[in-house]
Design a protein around this ligand. Sequence first.
Ligand SMILES: [Zn+2]
Length: 105
Amino acid sequence: MHPTQLELLGGNQLRIQWSNGEQRECSARALRESCPCATCREKRQNKSKEPAAVLPILSPAETLPLTISAMNPIGNYAYCIEFSDGHNAGIYSLEFLHSLGNSID
Ligand SMILES: [Zn+2]
């Protein structure tokens, strides 16, 4: 299964048309928070160890609405997604992208 069409709605909502006819949407925020790169995976692990009372300190970029700046195909199995906060280390396999999206039809 592969995307037949990628569409950015308002810069922060990614709509993917899949080759099996499915249409799925995923927000830029959700994609960013699921970033599969090693740094983000480690961050998420550490976060779950912190006591709930500790508020995370947000950088200015993190308080702005997050958008997708670029999506570059890697071979025919994945996409590298660049976000408006400058992060572009995540390689999203097609399978992973598909699992993140919510069906909209
Ligand atoms: Zn990452």
